[in-house]
Write a protein that binds this ligand. Structure first.
Ligand code: ATP
Ligand code: MG
Length: 422
């Protein structure tokens, strides 16, 4: 036997038993996105490496150490498997002129790639559902994004989600704070870890985002960005909070919430759960008014978020949410060559009538075919043997429910109607 080949570490197969949960999530989210007027966009998985360096930020975890970047072996182009969707979405909008004198409410979904240490809820290929709104500068759309997610949790049957909220202000406010913060951090240069020392001058806000327990006190007493916000940023944030209050959505202000990507300004938020250990962030996002211009477009305000789908799957399981399963209506059983051929076309007729039909592939004893029919969960068996072919009839047997075991012989062209009646 040839040696087997395994999947790449951190890149998982999604197996048939998980299919129903993924489809449940897809169905629920499509209806939810439609309810808020969002339209789908589909971007390529591979983009120019430069897009992410410029779009996500040179001094972020993603660009510094998580990107699957490679050279096209045919022409040497520098390419990257997308680590997130926002940069590609913005690129596509600029490229196709979707942002001129118009607003866009968009969503996309698909695999993302980050070279992280795989663990529960953290993989190297994972899936996001991303939502972005372009052309809205006002706080109502920040609030809409957050409220939308609050509405999603009950639709998915999930509870216990917490909202964390912060404002990062604008560029000027951030640089004033940044100067103070660097001064403050320089006083702690001796206790900063490797990451901290490296980021002190490149991305000092991220130094505060440390998970290192030795640095917690230092991070807690650092100058707060919130104290550097001007009137406009403050009133924008107040308006977001007021809309959340109106909607009855509770939040925790977290001044250390800075997000791992460089492009955010003003409102940032995370929806978290305590049910997934260290991988507790289920959805995250915020405003990124500068990104469109940074990627070569005309200035255009924007807000967005992404949901980590694998983390939702773990939550559906942990909460034992009942998932509607795909159900066969009919299992078609046959015996003999002529019957097999006849049953094959009867199965097609039943599907054309709108039923979900499993045709027994190959030949086997009636007994083993009935066993398969029971295992399939189908509500009915349609049985065709030599005699039925002659008479153009079939035996309809009820496999589940109160009428379990009931049988009747029917003309083949009456089957679909009879099933509909029962
Ligand atoms: P984390 O702090 O967990 O690394 P992040 O800030 O890097 O998350 P984002 O870039 O904001 O994450 O991505 C949005 C969401 O995508 C996250 O909240 C999470 O649910 C999910 N996500 C991010 N990275 C991974 C991963 N490697 N595996 C599975 N899901 C992920
Ligand atoms: Mg991360």
């Amino acid at each position: 036997m040839a040696e087997t080949i395994q999947a790449i570490r951190g890149m998982n197969d999604i197996l048939p038993v998980e299919g129903a949960s993924w489809q449940f999530f897809e169905k629920v989210t499509r209806e939810w996105l439609a309810a808020y007027g969002y339209n789908q966009i589909r971007m390529p998985i591979v983009e120019s490496t430069h897009l992410f360096i410029r779009g996500v930020g040179e001094h972020t975890d993603i660009v510094e150490k998580e990107m699957y970047a490679f050279e096209d072996s045919l022409n040497g182009e520098k390419l990257t498997l997308r680590p997130e969707g926002t940069a590609g979405c913005v690129r596509a909008c600029i490229e196709h002129g979707l942002l001129y004198n118009q607003t866009q409410r968009l969503w996309y979904t698909g695999p993302m790639f980050r070279h992280e240490r795989p663990q529960k809820g953290r993989y190297r290929q994972f899936h996001q559902l991303g939502v972005e709104a372009f052309g809205f500068a006002t706080p109502d759309v920040d609030a809409e994004m957050i409220v939308m997610l609050a509405d999603l949790w009950p639709r998915l049957g999930l509870s216990g989600m917490c909202l964390e909220l912060n404002s990062l202000g604008n560029m000027d406010e951030r640089s004033a704070h940044r100067a103070e913060l660097i001064k403050y951090l320089e006083g702690y240069i001796d206790i900063l870890d490797e990451d901290g020392k490296r980021r002190l001058y490149t991305n000092p806000l991220r130094v505060l985002d440390t998970k290192n327990p030795a640095l917690q006190a230092m991070a807690e007493n650092a100058p707060q960005l919130m104290d550097f916000l001007g009137e406009e940023s403050k009133s924008h944030f107040e308006a977001v909070k007021a809309l959340l209050d109106d909607a009855g959505i509770a939040y925790k202000l977290n001044s250390r919430l800075v997000r791992g990507l460089d492009y955010y300004n003003r409102t940032v938020f995370e929806w978290t759960t305590t049910q997934l250990g260290a991988q507790g962030t289920v959805a995250a996002g915020g405003r990124y008014d500068g990104l469109v211009e940074q990627l070569g477009g005309k200035p255009c305000p924007a807000v967005g978020f992404a949901i980590g789908i694998e983390r939702i799957m773990l939550l559906l399981e942990a909460n034992e949410v009942a998932i509607p399963a795909q159900q066969a209506d009919v299992y078609v059983i046959h015996q003999g060559e002529a019957a097999a051929r006849n049953a094959f076309s009867v199965a097609r007729q039943l599907r054309a009538a709108g039923l979900n039909v499993i045709y027994h592939g190959g030949s086997a004893s009636f007994k083993s075919q009935f066993k398969k029919a029971d295992q399939s969960g189908a509500r009915f068996a349609v049985v065709i043997g030599g005699g039925e072919v002659e008479a153009q009839t079939a035996n309809l047997k009820t496999l589940t429910g109160e009428l379990q075991g009931a049988q009747q012989t029917l003309a083949q062209d009456q089957l679909a109607q009879a099933i509909a009646r029962i």
